[in-house]
Design a protein around this ligand. Structure first.
Ligand code: PEP
Ligand code: MG
Length: 572
């Protein structure tokens, strides 16, 4: 038995086998070949070995998961034997004298394009299968292991690090939990885990090279710990803790559809942060009263090319239908930082979090944001739609965003297309400069939404993805607190409402403090909402105001946190 402690990231305790994610970045080298038959022979061997691997995966899936999951592997097998696919590879090798890796890659790209162009969603989804199969085939040709869709049976995924693009490809039904050696607690991978209600810990110093798939482990997301090969007594204790956690979660969940009303009758709006239309259903189940942040970049990461206006309209309509007239706040795409989207051809930057991301794209690539706004205005004619822009750092950007929104509205009008008339226009306050001049910004917006993940990162100069400095990144830091306070005051003085969609808003310990600072709307990952609502219900606003006043006089993050802890003990 061995245990390692890292940073708590998404609470919950889970027991199960581990699965080690070791991504291999496959770089395909294109070569001209002379011996065409030998190359074809190499391909045949790769097909045989890939097909054997797929057969094993299918058997495991049938035994451990079910027929529906196993059917994925039938589709993979079908592509591996598809005569048109093989013919296309054959032409690459024999006619273009390409090495097999490049020929497979070219054939897959062509097939993928063809499938994505079809109307039928079933065939469009098959594009993912062809990508998977081609990836496996190329990995086999190059003699490396392909990682595919993650574990084939439910497991705790262990990794050196996980980017959102790594995580997004895993089949979520098989993710029991996530633990990484690197990364900070507000990384988007962690946020994905929270919205799925999966326990996660980051910056856990386990020796990844020494661990093997299948070892039994206990991951405690609230403690940030990973334990392997537990003794029977430890296992029994963990099972008990898990049961207590599940029971408490169930109690909160049962009450989560009730509004969050404080003891003195103040109703607080509690919304969810989502990354896809599908997340919206989970959010409603968790008691969300609206969407406070739709991180639309995941929608772009899910596609092989820039989604068309029509495709976007479909996604937004689907989301609005699920939310059924509840407020929905959509954030325009925030690519950059930790997100890579191959088809955008972004240039690698030395400091991506300080680089060309969020609203900064508006000048160079107005087409991307314009098509997003066009889709939103057309899809949102009947709903309470709020659009907000990320990474705003100066007033000029707000003016530019407003102008673009107006232009899009005029264009749609000229084209005789219906556009949403009553859209609220807002910005994220996540860069200290805009928090400091929030008084000016308030005149130009309908609302602010405070993004504490980035606000903390930029105020404290702490890279939110870097585990070595993660312990410094506390939103309880008085500097962050003062910026939050200043933003709320400036918003209210200008007659505007102020929400928060950074992870701080989902911290039940911080809820009384944020309420005391005057926050109007809390928005957090779905799995955090039941406990958040419960925390708000225990508050009396007058006490929260004095808590906030005291907190603003303190000089250290630890002192603010301690004050909140003492306050929590006086409740209920
Ligand atoms: C934030 O920065 O607090 C935020 C909500 O945005 P993201 O986490 O997507 O950067
Ligand atoms: Mg942000």
């Amino acid at each position: 038995m061995k245990q390692w402690i890292g940073i708590a990231a998404s609470s919950g305790i889970v027991i199960g086998p581990v699965w080690i994610y070791s991504p291999v970045k496959i770089v395909i080298v294109r070569k001209e070949i002379n011996d065409h038959s030998a190359e074809w022979e190499r391909l045949q061997l790769a097909i045989t070995s890939t097909s054997e691997k797929i057969a094993v995966l299918k058997t495991q899936a049938l035994q451990n998961i079910g027929e529906q999951e196993a059917a994925i592997f039938d589709a993979h097998m079908m592509f591996l034997k598809d005569p048109a696919f093989l013919e296309s590879i054959n032409q690459g090798i024999f006619q273009s004298s390409l090495n097999a890796e490049a020929a497979v890659d070219d054939a897959a790209v062509n097939f993928e394009k063809m499938l994505l162009a079809l109307d039928d969603p079933y065939f469009r989804e098959r594009a993912q299968d062809i990508r998977d199969v081609a990836g496996q085939l190329i990995a086999s040709l190059m003699g490396v292991e392909a990682t595919g869709k993650g574990p084939v049976q439910p497991a705790i995924v262990l990794a050196e690090d996980l980017s959102p693009s790594d995580t997004i490809q895993f089949d979520k039904s098989r993710l029991l939990g996530l633990a990484t050696r690197r990364g900070g607690p507000t990384s988007h991978t962690v946020i994905l885990a929270r919205s799925l209600g999966i326990p996660a810990a980051v910056s856990v110093p386990f020796p990844i090279a020494e661990l093997k798939n299948g070892i039994s482990a206990i991951l405690d997301g609230a403690a940030g710990s990973l334990l392997i090969n537990p003794d029977p007594a430890v296992l029994a204790a963990a099972q008990q803790t898990r049961q207590v956690f599940l029971n408490k979660a169930e109690t909160y969940l049962n009450q989560s559809h009730q509004p969050a009303v404080t003891l003195d009758g103040k109703r607080v709006e509690v919304c969810a942060n989502i990354g896809s239309a599908a997340d919206a259903s989970l959010a409603l189940e968790a008691g969300a009263e609206g969407v406070g942040l739709f991180r639309t970049e995941f929608m772009y990461m899910d596609c092989a090319e820039l989604p068309t206006e029509d495709a976007q309209i479909q996604i937004y309509r689907q989301l609005f239908a699920i939310m059924d007239h509840r407020p929905v706040t959509v954030r325009t795409v925030d690519i950059g930082g930790d997100k890579e989207i191959p088809y955008l051809g972004l240039v690698r930057e030395a400091n991506p979090f300080l680089g060309w991301r969020g609203i900064r794209m508006i000048s160079e690539r107005p087409d991307i944001i314009e098509s997003q706004l066009r889709a939103l205005l057309q899809a949102g004619t009947e709903v309470d739609l709020r659009i907000m822009f990320p990474m705003v750092s100066n007033i000029g950007e707000i003016e530019q965003a407003r102008q673009l929104l107006e232009k899009v509205r005029r264009d749609l009008d000229d084209e005789g297309k219906q556009a949403a008339a009553k859209v609220q226009f807002g910005i994220m306050v996540e860069v200290p400069s805009i928090a400091l001049i929030a008084r000016h910004a308030a005149k130009l917006v309908d609302f602010f939404s405070i993004g504490t993940n980035d606000l903390t990162q930029y105020t404290l100069a702490v890279d939110r993805g870097n585990e070595r400095v993660a312990s410094l990144a506390s939103p309880y830091h008085p500097a962050v607190l003062h910026l939050i306070n200043q933003t709320i005051q400036a918003g209210h003085d200008g007659g505007k409402w102020v929400g928060m969609c950074g992870e701080f808003a989902g911290d039940p310990l911080a809820a009384p403090l944020l309420l005391g600072l005057g926050l109007d709307e809390f928005s957090a990952s779905a799995s955090l909402l039941p406990a958040l609502k419960q925390a708000l219900r225990q508050c009396r606003t007058a006490d929260c105001y004095s808590l906030a006043e005291q907190a603003l006089r303190l000089d250290k993050a630890e002192s603010v946190r301690m004050l909140c802890q003492e306050f929590a003990q006086t409740l209920a």
